[in-house]
Design a protein. Sequence first.
Lengths: 323, 323
Amino acid sequence: MQDKTTLAKKQSGRSDRSQAVSADLIAVIIAVTNGEPRVLTIGQTNALPSGPFELDHRSLQSGLRAWVERHTSHPLGYVEQLYTFADRDRIDDEHVQRVISISYLGLTREEQTERSPTHGWRGWYDYFPWEDHRAGVPSILLDILTPRLQAWADEADEPDMRHDRRQRVAIAFGFDDRDWNEELVLQRYELLYEAALVAEAKRNWHTGGVPPVPGRLMIADHRRILATGIARLRTKIKYRPVVFELMPPTFTLLQLQRTVEALAGRLVHKPNFRRLIEEQNLVEETGETMSDTGGRPAKRFRFRQTVLAERTVAGTKLPLSRG
Amino acid sequence: MQDKTTLAKKQSGRSDRSQAVSADLIAVIIAVTNGEPRVLTIGQTNALPSGPFELDHRSLQSGLRAWVERHTSHPLGYVEQLYTFADRDRIDDEHVQRVISISYLGLTREEQTERSPTHGWRGWYDYFPWEDHRAGVPSILLDILTPRLQAWADEADEPDMRHDRRQRVAIAFGFDDRDWNEELVLQRYELLYEAALVAEAKRNWHTGGVPPVPGRLMIADHRRILATGIARLRTKIKYRPVVFELMPPTFTLLQLQRTVEALAGRLVHKPNFRRLIEEQNLVEETGETMSDTGGRPAKRFRFRQTVLAERTVAGTKLPLSRG
DNA sequence: GCCTATTATTCTCCAAATGAGTATAATAGG
DNA sequence: CCTATTATACTCATTTGGAGAATAATAGGC
């Protein structure tokens, strides 16, 4: 039986060079508060929480969970691995040592806001203002992004490349009578990066190029990682009951709907939303009602225990279709 | 602006311990030949190809691509990251250094089979015989797995745990009038591991416990990684046109259907399959026909260029529904 | 107390998608 | 020329999904 270690030695004549790596964990921690999706940040709210992966943890997942809970006193409900990055040009300064960054998505609730000086929550649409379509197509997208992306596509020299750019932009941003697909968060960010329209791509905008598009900046590639997390979450809520982790113990159906809409960045049809939620037996009435919002009082619901048990495999449907 | 490096130093009092890691790439390379899904292996076909991540690659993805193409002369069509593992008990012997394994899924075609002594292809159902439902529920599942899983669930002491085990087994394997969900490959493998029914879980079967269930063994956690890859692929073919990468340049619709069925491990309704493929404009006729199989000759098709262009975001539908 | 605005909740309707079966076409081989 | 076999084209019933209408229950102004 051939061992993996043996193989590695045999196949790499310069295995010494492959040793010098260190591993970092980067966390995208999401909560939804007052109908706004928010992300846990550090520093001047321009960095995602991250830290070294320590050897005494059983696994990456438990390492992340322990690390986040230690530093934020936020229990993490749901954790899922996002992506592992190791691109050479990731770190700005000339590090000899290569860093492997393993990113995770975590869901929680923003409860005991104890005003930490090192950690804070910030609405994720501050970083991606073009992603919020709940009040219609945002003007930033119409007035600023669209013309600049068109210009970028048109400035390509070769006709093939022009066509390719136009097509990719149209698909990602829903131009030419295409529908807006809220799942393409990462593709959109990467197109903006490629077009040098975000400040992270500091290729040319301070030397005569166009200035960056609105949207809060993050260090290194953290905004790309956040985009990855948002995209994953927007995909996931459509077929797995993860909204749970973001809700308080009891809630009204409208609150649940607002949470889903906040994540998806688009509105859903209320009666259809109710129909889907109820026919899947995801929730049960608590018996209480709530009459805050000036109208007929709403019934309070909680998630059913069985759903929590089947959580890992149970399906959910929402009135949001796949692109 | 606070740098990530600074943060890491500040937050870890023992950052020296977090340095000693090395990174490995592990590849799940899939091809479909004669209607059978196959995986590229090394050694006695009991290990997935793997090797050290080398610093001179631009990114993990390009590192893997270069590595696989160098060692197999198989161009990799489609590559996607699977998962990053770093559990402490992953390596058998007492390594001081921790290994981070980054696994990838790659799709290709098994063409120039040049009988390499170090690499070989093997049908993936050799490793997971209970996953092939194309000819109905396999007898291995009915006669061997079912009673053993039931026994394992019943042997739990506490009633709560018994109920929990029964439920998880029922969901994963489709007992109690539930449907078989072909996507739950990983959940099934992990349940068998937990129940010590696969040889990798060498807890008790050689010391009085039950012998392992049929299915070819792999070293370390390679079979789990393969299960992860199969699950991902079975999910992916339902909404993204990745079957392309596994097909020859031209093919008949039945060949395409057989490939999908091979991956999904279940049969699909032929007229409906054709309807979906054609109404999505995924393919176009070449004009030629093929009359090998003793019947009316079948038209040859190829994939349309536009689809290849939109590949990253385009959707596909198949007559396989989500669980 | 009555009217109005507001939200909650329930139904209805129609179009599209899906699952499953049937009918017809074109070849090879005896 | 008949039969077996596969390809291809239709049909039909059922389920889903999107969108709007109708009704119920509260608060607040008058």
